[in-house]
Design a protein around this ligand. Structure first.
Ligand code: SF4
Length: 435
């Protein structure tokens, strides 16, 4: 895109009277348990114990793929029929399972009890269980560090896919140490990113001159960042509404920015943080210029394949709006419909403002009606879950599996090209097959 086009897009913000199609009906989405797959990789001394059914265990096994053979730090305590019939004391049984687990895995520093549909339906109070068991593990043996026990819900009744991460991080916020009175301004980057991407961002913050930087979730239980009125937080993921609210309850203030996808998105995200810390603009431009240029060059390779192509997103992860913004403003794609399971207007304001006029935005899902719209629109590419991809391909529509966008490193300058590649690949494959 030429600079003139870029500024034209930036200068035509959609106003507050944004029209959103709201739908409720049959949905084709994951439940929040799926978040465990990436959360457990990030928090290296945490364990996730799902209290659920065999269905939940199957879901985790299939989502985690081959990882289940690598002694992962998650498991399912299966609620048996005896428990469901109220014949067993679920709490006593859970206590036994947890004690056995902690004895066998002494390296665990945080244990999450993760609620599921069955545990919620039988009203098993996991918050209470976490408190009760946690009290026994405040200090480890011989005065060593104890185990923190927390509970959240990843059930399909309450959470959709990435909302599981939001629920998990929300429980960590009260555990963050309070900042000292009169402490210098600090920055917390919020949202799970692959280590390699996190390290790139931390390096850039250091070069910008922001030195006091913490990350939520931290890689280790003992490394939770401090929080208080001098904390500024920057969301790296768009699905963290409850975590943000919990941080604000503790005095932290959000830095408003588009999400760090692509060359311009990442530059705007870093610049917003720098502005909040009063860093000189010239210095900011000097620091981010090389990465931004690298990203722009990487994106140029994909422009011929993507420019002018029409794309529809079905709701899945809440990443849809920032990704549509990236594809439209940095690669010239045309978003037709952008569906999201939940729209947080404030957190997405900067990305929404950059979406082209006429983009149809939908929140929630009534899958049959949405598929009818896809068939009527016939976009060049439809981003959707695994359950819908093959049927749509059979109807001659090219698809991109949305789950890859959550599992792959896609944020930041050095991943911009890889992100574009994820969208270009299915189109290329379609062209090759056609020949
Ligand atoms: S939707 Fe409910 S029952 Fe199904 S896997 Fe998720 S938590 Fe378990």
């Amino acid at each position: 895109m030429s600079p003139a086009q870029a500024s034209a897009i930036a200068a035509s913000p959609r106003d507050g009277a944004l029209e959103v199609l709201r739908e409720r009906g049959q949905r084709e989405v994951f439940c929040g348990l799926t978040g465990i797959v990436w959360l457990h990789r990030k928090m290296q001394d945490a364990f996730f114990l799902v209290v659920g059914s065999r269905t939940c265990a199957h879901l985790l096994q299939s989502a985690a793929g081959v990882m289940i053979f690598a002694e992962p730090r998650f498991a399912t305590a299966i609620i048996e029929e005896r428990d469901l019939a109220g014949m067993a004391d679920c709490h006593a049984e859970l206590d036994r399972v947890v004690e056995r687990l902690l004895a066998r895995r002494p390296e665990i520093r945080t244990l999450f009890l993760v609620g599921s549909c069955p545990s919620e339906v039988i009203k098993l109070d996991l918050g209470n269980a976490a408190q009760r068991i946690g009290a026994r593990h405040l200090k480890g043996e011989n005065g060593s560090e104890g185990v923190r026990i927390l509970a959240y819900s990843g059930s399909g009744i309450e959470t959709t896919f990435t909302e599981g991460e939001d629920a998990c991080l929300t429980t960590l916020v009260p555990e963050m140490p309070a900042e000292a009175p009169g402490a210098a301004q600090s920055l917390v980057m919020v949202g799970t990113l692959p280590d390699i991407v996190e390290d790139q961002f931390l390096r850039l913050f250091a070069e910008l001159g922001i030195t006091n930087v913490g990350v939520l979730p931290a890689r280790r239980a003992g490394a939770l960042p401090v929080v208080g009125p001098n904390t500024r937080y920057l969301l790296a993921q768009p699905f963290l509404g409850e975590t943000a609210r919990a941080l604000e309850d503790r005095g932290a203030v959000r830095i408003d920015a588009p999400f760090p996808f692509g060359a311009d998105g990442t530059a705007a995200w870093l610049s917003a943080a720098a502005a909040a810390f009063g860093i000189d603009e010239m210095h900011v431009n000097r620091v981010i210029a090389p990465g931004r240029e690298r990203a722009k060059r990487a994106l140029e390779r994909y422009r011929p394949a993507l420019e002018g192509k029409r794309i529809t997103f079905l709701p899945d992860s809440q990443l849809e709006i920032p990704l549509a913004r990236f594809l439209a403003t940095e690669l010239g794609m045309i978003p037709v419909e952008v569906g999201t399971p939940y729209l947080h207007r404030a957190h997405l304001a900067a990305d929404l403002a950059r979406l082209p006029e006429g983009t149809r935005i939908s929140e929630g899902q009534d899958v049959e009606r949405q598929l009818d719209r896809v068939r009527a629109d016939r976009p060049d590419l439809t981003v959707c879950g695994l359950g819908l991809a093959n049927p749509l391909e059979a109807e001659g529509l090219s698809t991109k599996w949305s789950i890859e966008l959550v599992f792959s490193p896609v944020h930041g300058f050095d991943q911009a090209g890889d992100l574009a590649e994820l969208f270009a690949r299915p189109l290329r494959r379609r062209d090759v097959l056609r020949i």
